[in-house]
Design a protein around this ligand. Structure first.
Ligand code: COA
Length: 321
């Protein structure tokens, strides 16, 4: 038994922040942001808008695409690092929004790799016969935890949500998923406050994402390079069999480096970073949905999804769409 993607959906908040807008907030330029990252604009949540709001819209779009109703859903698995509340978890809040009761609903956090982690977990529920219709989401509102005075990070991150519906299938579907983590690197990319630390930095107005961008960059390129090789080799596939690379959208230069590693022309990579920035857990399912809806990603094609995030955490999925 395998799982297959029966439908995809996504959602971006209405409010757009351009590089020109950022020039008015921090000492930066449109030219610097574009050439170093590939980002030109990004979507940002409005006052009062939450991760669950974004996740709900993405979920409804995915359910519509899959031709299922909320009552069909028997598992909700959300990857997010920016929940509305400490508890109940985003999965549970979403379950209530969708008007369904009783099915397992949870969220897990693995920074920008959260969607790949969620997909891998839900895939196992489906393969074991414990779910017949799983709703899997990557959603984040990273702009809520950015230090808007830190030009090294505030130009990168953005908000959004993406979702997929998984159903059982005799043939793959999801061929394999590969998850990894290495907590040694916790200081290179982190939000240095939280519940059991008493939110001391938050209370003092000193909290914000901290990143050693240069070091993260080098490790991300190296690690993702190994990851894509591992993913293809585990299944006996060659690089030239791949139809689409659907990467995490952190930096266009990182994406280009991974495409080069796979000998893939950029025409076979789904790139959304220009208009969306780094939406953390949402970036991979947003890119997938973009490719599906504009007709580039077709049924039967071979897709490689990958993501890398704080921790470090990283993960991939090889999928026959
Ligand atoms: N605008 C203008 N200048 C900026 C800037 C900004 N927004 N941010 C940093 N700079 C400056 C730095 O202060 C530095 O100036 P200096 O040379 O006078 O010291 C210079 O630009 C170069 O900084 P550096 O950090 O070396 O740039 P870079 O080429 O490595 O690009 C990132 C920075 C963040 C774009 C890049 O390192 C990156 O993408 N890293 C990976 C980040 C990532 O993937 N994070 C998420 C993982 S999920």
């Amino acid at each position: 038994m395998y799982s297959r993607i029966a439908g995809t959906g996504s959602y971006l908040p209405a409010q757009i922040l351009t590089n020109a807008d950022l020039e008015k907030i921090v000492d930066t330029t449109d030219e610097w942001i574009r050439t170093r990252t590939g980002i030109e604009r990004r979507h940002v949540v409005a006052e009062g808008e939450t991760t669950t709001d974004l996740a709900e819209q993405a979920s409804r779009n995915a359910m519509e695409a899959a031709g299922v109703s909320p009552q069909d859903i028997d598992l909700i698995c959300v990857g997010t690092t920016t929940p509305d509340l400490v508890f109940p978890n985003v999965g549970t809040l979403l379950q209530d929004r969708l008007g369904i009761r009783g099915c397992p609903a949870f969220s897990l956090e693995a920074a920008c790799a959260s969607f790949l982690y969620a997909l891998s977990v839900a895939d196992k529920f489906v393969r074991l016969g414990e779910s017949k219709c799983a709703l899997v989401i990557g959603a984040d509102t990273l702009t809520r935890i950015i230090d808007w005075k830190d030009r090294a990070t505030c130009v990168l991150f953005a908000d959004g949500a993406g979702a997929v519906i998984l159903k059982p299938c005799a043939d793959p579907g999801i061929i394999s998923t590969h998850l990894h983590a290495d907590g040694r690197y916790k200081d290179l990319l982190q939000y240095p406050d939280g519940v059991s630390r008493g939110f001391k930095l938050v209370r003092a107005g000193k909290a914000g994402v901290l990143m050693k961008g240069n070091e993260v960059y080098k490790i991300a390129v190296n690690t993702l390079g190994h990851l894509v090789t591992e993913t293809l080799a585990a299944n006996g596939f060659n690089k030239d069999q791949l139809d689409w690379l659907i990467p995490h959208q952190a930096n266009l230069r990182i994406i280009e480096a991974i495409a080069k590693r796979l000998d893939l022309p950029m025409e076979r990579v789904i790139v959304t970073i220009k208009d969306q920035g780094n939406t953390s857990a949402a970036s991979v399912p947003l890119a997938l949905d973009t490719g599906v809806r504009d007709g580039r990603v077709k049924r039967g094609q071979l897709l490689l999804l990958e993501a890398f995030g704080g921790g470090f955490t990283w993960g991939s999925a090889l999928i026959r769409y």
